[in-house]
Design a protein around this ligand. Sequence first.
Ligand code: FAD
Length: 263
Amino acid sequence: MHETNAIADSHATITASRHISPDTSVIRLSCPHIARTARPGNFVNVRVNGSTQPLLRRPFSIHNAENGQIELMVKEIGRGTEILCGTEPGTELMVLGPLGNSFSDPTDSFSTAVLVSGGIGTAPMRFLEKNMAAAGKKIVNLIGGRSQKELLSEGLSNCRLATDDGSLGLKGTVVDLLDKELSNITADGAVKIFGCGPTPMLKALASYCRQHGLCCEVSLESVMGCGFGICYGCSVEIANPEGGTKTILLCREGPVIDGALMV
Ligand SMILES: Cc1cc2nc3c(=O)[nH]c(=O)nc-3n(C[C@H](O)[C@H](O)[C@H](O)COP(=O)(O)OP(=O)(O)OC[C@H]3O[C@@H](n4cnc5c(N)ncnc54)[C@H](O)[C@@H]3O)c2cc1C
């Protein structure tokens, strides 16, 4: 995992915003510093409007970064995300970033990057896929959702799908899908797993990878305040490699952790 690059609070203008599902939008922001320095897995903390309501910024993974712009994939779940998804292009927002660590660089020790995501957890995968593909890795996306309408595959290639209710793809979880696909995928050489999604999904994924000796990194979520280690709002418990468990601040020592450290 990589440490954070130089953080800046940028005036960022929304240059485009489009719905990709009834409750999810991809929002593009002109943000040259962040676009230049961001790495896959980093996130930004966005002030969603110019007022004090909501008071706290909201964190979002960087979905894509190119040509001086970043994209965010935002699911509306409350006041802050509703405001952001309803904000018109041309509006300027304050965007702090890039924050957090990032997924590891592609190495020679694997030939296929298996990107396993659930729900809005697909948000960081486009940027990660681009980085992996540029390094010559084969890409497999395994994407899960409760039902067809919750499957998000925006900008991703070679996608295989699973839904809890069987409305599209395999009926089951995305970990069931990994289990079904693993022998085919590993026939092409060594793999590395990258996961992002709800915590129960990531726990199941990390546990599966441990049982099958697969190397895995996961990007976690928590409720978060400042985004840079002052408010202590995002503490999570992980395994301590020296024994027992320890608490980390997800905004600084995460959001990406070694899957072997999930508890
Ligand atoms: C590192 C990081 C990266 C993230 N990346 C993305 C992303 O790319 N796209 C995206 O849509 N969302 C992402 N999120 C989640 C996003 O930040 C929250 O959905 C958002 O802050 C909710 O704000 P709100 O005002 O709409 O909802 P609120 O009114 O604040 O909350 C609505 C409900 O959602 C719950 N909630 C709030 N934040 C979270 C959270 N982080 N995880 C789980 N439940 C939460 C609240 O407890 C409440 O029940 C990320 C979160 C983190 C920590």
